[in-house]
Design a protein around this ligand. Structure first.
Ligand SMILES: Cc1cc2nc3c(=O)[nH]c(=O)nc-3n(C[C@H](O)[C@H](O)[C@H](O)COP(=O)(O)O)c2cc1C
Length: 168
């Protein structure tokens, strides 16, 4: 595989930190180069990658941050049919148990409509929350990062997820 592009948005820095952990995992354990960008300014670089990882927090009781609006507007005009995307949502399953990582679903629905290929669904075992729109057929549509989890668990989940998406 050629390089992977990671694109994130963040309000308080946690999602950026998770993005950097993912980059480290891809590069050190899997020997694949990886670039990371804040979508604030660099979203058009998506063109350069065969596999794109999108990372987002959820805010406002279940909402996708508005920073994505211009990115989706841009992708709307691009042909992304068959292009591979993997999704990762950060959130808090304890405080926001009924809308856990909900925002990720908006990215998923958009990409599905554009016939992009979404890879990297994960099991929801071991997560504690009540409801999430980011479940489809009993699985998360991407990697769920509950920021209440220990760093050790988060790293283990990232490691497993990366190995799976590279295989796919
Ligand atoms: C006002 C507010 C609303 C939030 N709503 C949700 C939510 O609906 N679902 C969820 O999983 N997390 C929710 N969170 C938790 C954030 O998603 C989590 O802290 C975020 O991943 C941090 O990302 P950042 O540091 O990159 O901004 C909320 C946090 C705040 C402060």
């Amino acid at each position: 595989m050629e390089k992977i592009g990671i694109f994130y948005t963040t309000l308080k820095g946690r999602t950026e930190y998770i993005g950097k952990l993912i980059k480290k995992e891809v590069e050190e354990q899997n020997k694949i180069m990886c670039d990371i960008y804040n979508i604030h300014n660099k979203y058009k670089n998506m063109k350069e990658y065969e596999l794109i990882i999108l990372l987002t927090p959820t805010y406002g009781a279940g909402a996708l941050p508005k920073e994505w609006n211009k990115v989706l507007e841009y992708l709307e005009s691009e042909n992304i049919k068959g292009k591979k995307f993997a999704l990762c949502g950060t959130g808090n399953g304890g405080f926001y148990a009924a809308t856990f990582i909900n925002g990720l679903r908006d990215l998923y629905d958009f990409l599905k409509d554009k016939d992009a290929k979404i890879i990297g669904e994960t099991n929801k075992n071991d997560y504690e929350y009540v409801k999430s729109r980011s479940e489809v057929n009993g699985k998360f549509i991407g990697l769920a990062v509950d920021l209440m989890f220990s760093e050790e668990v988060i790293k283990k989940n990232i490691d497993k997820w990366i190995k799976n998406i590279i295989k796919e």
